[in-house]
Design a protein around this ligand. Sequence first.
Ligand code: HEM
Length: 416
Amino acid sequence: PARPIPVLAGPDHTLAFAADPYRFIGRECAARHTDVAQGRLLLAPTLFLTGAPAAQLFYDKERFVRAGAAPEPLRATLFGKGAVQTLDGSAHLRRKAFFLEATAPARVAALVRQAEVTWLTMASHWRSQPQLVLYTSAQEWLTRSVCAWAGVPLPEHEVQLRTGQLAALFDSAASGLGAHLRARRARRQAETWLAGLVQEIRDGRRRVAGRTLLQAAAELTDERGEPLPARIAAVELLNVLRPTVAVSVFVVFAAHALHHHPGWAPTLAAGGDLGADAFVQEVRRFYPFFPAIAARVRRDFVWEGYHFPQGRRVLLDLYGTNHDGRLWPHPGEFRPERFMGRIPGLFELVPQGGGRADDQHRCPGEGVTLALMKLALRLLVQRSRYRLPPQNLAIDMRRLPALPRDRFVIADFQPV
Ligand code: HEM
């Protein structure tokens, strides 16, 4: 006998969710002392899940699928149509292998080496500017770095264009109608660009040195061993380029955290030790980035006495799980110490999803993200002098992704 799932008041919750996308699920569930609540998004019944046990449930492949889970506006901007995010079963595993190869430790190390060289080159230009916006400067840094590493040619006159397109995919996707339409256009243009490169490699019109990511994308095949359509290969190439540029959001938050907790500077200058790891983990836990992720019930089941009907959309609350006081004492305080001597469980620290990256949908890019965050912090602490001019450092929690209102302006930058 199932017990009733707590139901949110009112006919539809789309506006309330959009008004506070990071805190809505956690707040509504906490008010009802539940980890599962039922509401409606765009009038469709939706189950909201929060906390580590619910995260573990969400990653059970017997109970949930991703096909048909992501709404079209996100597939048309952030993910791309036909992308790994929307696959299940063996098709998912086959496609995921491309990302596991791209993010293997040796490949991450190569990306970090490239990114350091690129930073030092750019820093000599930053010196001549009275001030710069860290968010956009970091986007250009990461675009140049990831394209060089991936073997994607990026002529100097295209740097601004491609940086803008890659950034629009995550920065404009859910920031109002005008921005959303820009993100759709950016996706069409970026896919056309990369599909063209894939086609040139397949036709033998372009030679690449070594096994680059671009080469690996050109070689992607489907379940029958046939080459994937060049457009899908481009979608998956973008699934590495775009989120690497999106690390700019965490670079800004890392700099924001450093500004508020300057005592951590000596630890961060040292780079990869335990303290720097703890700091970047706490940045990923504390600051908002992805609010939630979606799946659909594969077939009817009962969990904790609650009945989950086949086909029902569920949203797993990532931000709220990272701020769950049952897992994280004083969740609203920035305390890297909480990660000293604690390896978080697979479903506890979920800014980039939970479970395993190799055979579940968890993000394969956590190693890339952590390494680039630590690199940026080390370069900011050790190789740079700058000051913060007066500005609004408050974080706009209504925006997706949330960001400091002025995007973190720095002045009088000096490389040292
Ligand atoms: C999936 C967050 C960086 C590649 C995901 C998911 C989240 C996420 C929440 C969904 C997990 C799920 O559906 O279960 C982030 C954040 C990042 C980041 C906040 C910081 C910028 C990266 C990087 C890469 C990457 C650097 C590539 C190098 C992917 C891919 C998937 C994914 C390919 C789809 C995995 C799948 O469906 O199997 N990420 N990610 N991400 N991420 Fe990341």
